[in-house]
Design a protein around this ligand. Structure first.
Ligand code: NAD
Length: 337
């Protein structure tokens, strides 16, 4: 099958080529992010392969369908950037990689928690400058602290396992409680209760209309004063402007982000010689108690191998049967909830 691969980075190419060696699809690697304008590059391709910040809104899907594309193969688990009703109406199949390494994301989440708590990001710079003073680096023991996990699916479950090893008290909130998490000692509570009791809140739910701006000006007063907020799910699960106010007021004691609402214009590119035009993001960078990584929680050898393998399997099954292995559709999502 001929596949146009959008938003290609050298690592995508490396892992996709290896996974495709036996399947033999014709892959065209494009640097361009998918948009209404760049959709024309998919002319004559049966499938396109896209990542988290590619635009898969209705106008773009319409362009793709008009140019003969039949399959949108996502290299991600999340599919919040796809207009699924529009895809269905246009007869476009959408496939994703439902699980590639929940360990990668859960482990990165813990890295953010530990680095923020023990101020590793500040200590790193201090020691390099010959400053060995400890003032400002005081942390707390994770042991005995209450961690609230919002969204206890695959990643939330792995995180619960790691944190139970630290001796944390675990609270969970999910629309569908996970028995494996209960077995790990997670106590399910309402979202309000979780926010009120947790020393650390970690977000692992998908971005949906229900979870959009879950942490907002309305929910900030429910948080325990000085708490740590970690978001490795999707940027828009938190209202960044409101959280900045929470940081200034001391309600949010520290913030760890791997995702950002407006990340599409920033992340995955080297902008080190450019001016950052996003003032909200620039403000976040000024706080000593904010640690941001650029959507790298998934970025492990194991995860990239699995993403490439499943993506090629999705394309191969679609090519032979007209049905991708891991299709996502409005009907499937409705059936799950
Ligand atoms: P999953 O589907 O296994 O788990 C998500 C959980 O969230 C489910 O248990 C679901 O019931 C729950 N949920 C749905 N709506 C909810 C709501 N309104 N309130 C509370 N819980 C709700 O998904 P996963 O593999 O654990 O991934 C979770 C999210 O992590 C993905 O949707 C994606 O956005 C994000 N992610 C980020 C990265 C990264 O690199 N930063 C990588 C992979 C996934």
């Amino acid at each position: 099958m001929r596949v146009a691969v959008f938003s290609t980075k050298p690592y995508d190419r490396h892992f996709l080529e290896a996974a495709n060696a036996a399947a033999g699809h014709e892959l065209l690697f494009l640097d361009a992010r998918l948009s209404k304008e760049s959709a024309a590059l998919a002319e004559g391709f049966g499938a396109i392969c896209a990542f988290v910040n590619d635009d898969l809104s209705a106008p773009v899907l319409k362009e793709l369908a008009r140019r003969g594309v039949g399959l949108v193969a996502l290299r991600s688990a999340g599919f919040n950037n796809v207009d699924l009703p529009a895809a269905r109406d246009l007869g476009l199949a959408v496939a994703r990689v439902p699980a590639y390494s929940p360990h990668a994301v859960a482990e990165h989440t813990v890295a953010l928690m530990l680095a923020l708590n023990r101020k590793v990001h500040r200590a790193y710079n201090r020691v390099r400058e010959g400053n060995f003073a400890l003032e400002g680096l005081l942390g707390f023991a994770l042991h005995g602290k209450t961690v609230g996990i919002v969204g206890t699916g695959k990643i939330g479950e792995v995180l619960a396992g790691i944190l139970s090893g630290f001796g944390c008290r675990l609270l969970g909130h999910d629309v569908a409680p996970n028995p494996a998490c209960e077995a790990l000692g997670v106590a399910y509570v309402s979202r309000e209760e979780l926010l009120a009791q947790s020393d650390i809140v970690s977000l692992h739910c998908p971005l949906t209309p229900e979870t959009h701006h879950m942490i907002s000006a309305d929910t900030l007063p429910q948080l325990k004063r000085g708490m740590m907020l970690i978001n490795t799910s999707r940027g828009a699960v938190i209202d960044t402007r409101a959280v900045i106010r929470g940081l200034k007021d001391g309600i949010v004691g520290s913030l760890g982000l791997d995702v950002y609402e407006e990340e599409a214009d920033l992340f995955f590119e080297d902008l080190s010689d450019k001016v950052i035009r996003d003032d909200v993001f620039a403000r976040l960078l000024t706080f000593p108690n904010v640690l941001i990584t650029g959507h790298q929680a998934f970025f492990t050898q194991e995860a990239l191998e699995n993403i490439a393998g499943t993506t090629i399997a999705n394309i191969s099954t679609f090519a032979t049967s007209g049905q991708a292995l891991h299709e996502v559709s409005v009907e499937k999502i409705a059936g799950r909830s």
